[in-house]
Design a protein around this ligand. Sequence first.
Ligand code: AMP
Ligand code: MN
Ligand code: MN
Ligand code: MN
Length: 284
Amino acid sequence: MTSILNADLHCHSVVSDGTLTPEELAVRAAANGVELWALTDHDEIGGQHRAAAAARAQGMKYLTGTEISITFAGQTVHIVGLGFDPDDTRMQQGLHQTRGGRGQRAMDMSDSLAAVGIRGAYEGALKYAGNPELISRTHFARFLVEAGICRDTNEVFRKYLTEGKPGFVPHRWATLRDAVSWIVDAGGQAVIAHPARYSFSANEEYALFSEFKTHGGQAVEVVTGSHTAAEYVRYADMAREFGLAASRGSDFHSPDESRTDLGALPYLPGGLTPVWELLAGRIQ
Ligand code: AMP
Ligand code: MN
Ligand code: MN
Ligand code: MN
């Protein structure tokens, strides 16, 4: 398969912090011309069988997916997994463990918001969480908008849920080595998600890419809803420099919140190996 393919290999459903079901996402992706799709819920693969069936019903090809939260050099980084066996026990256990800290973190976030006068945030956020094991900052953001504290979720993140702001609680996620090995050992490919979103120094970014490769990672997101056109070029260069394949995905969460719709992205730049070429045998 060539790089001229409407592949959308990054999005979220109600199984994590999206607002549409896997079936609704499949209908929307197909309507937007997506040919190869992956649902990549945060730290969770409970929607995979539904998503694969919905893709089939819509005539799209499908790759299994997830987006794993890890901690690297003191920051949260996301590693997308594609094409793994969704019934792999170690992968399921690793993700279960990764989700484990979210409940306590949510209660701590709620306490932190209460200290600046915002009450009931835990209960408010939980109402938005389709999967109670996967309560995330996005669910808090939706509650703060509903409560009239901010106009939109971007404003919530800017004022409350990011480092140094009330409502932010530091958290230690999985390690890079563990996340990559869960994916690769389950027959999939690991992908560094939206690399331009992190605030690493050049040295730290180099360390992320080289350690990722050492652990068996083979791809990086180049064209994503969170990158600018200049960042497509920068990370296409990084992919060539590190000998990594390239991925493409909208990171769509919600019709009301996401700037980039499913499938609505430029094609991968030329001269790169699309990650779906490495996964040809895993496409359903
Ligand atoms: P969590 O996994 O609970 O830390 O939540 C992370 C999620 O919050 C991301 O996957 C995004 O969906 C969302 N998010 C993070 N930063 C922002 C931001 N600046 N604006 C809007 N959403 C954000
Ligand atoms: Mn998210
Ligand atoms: Mn992400
Ligand atoms: Mn995402």
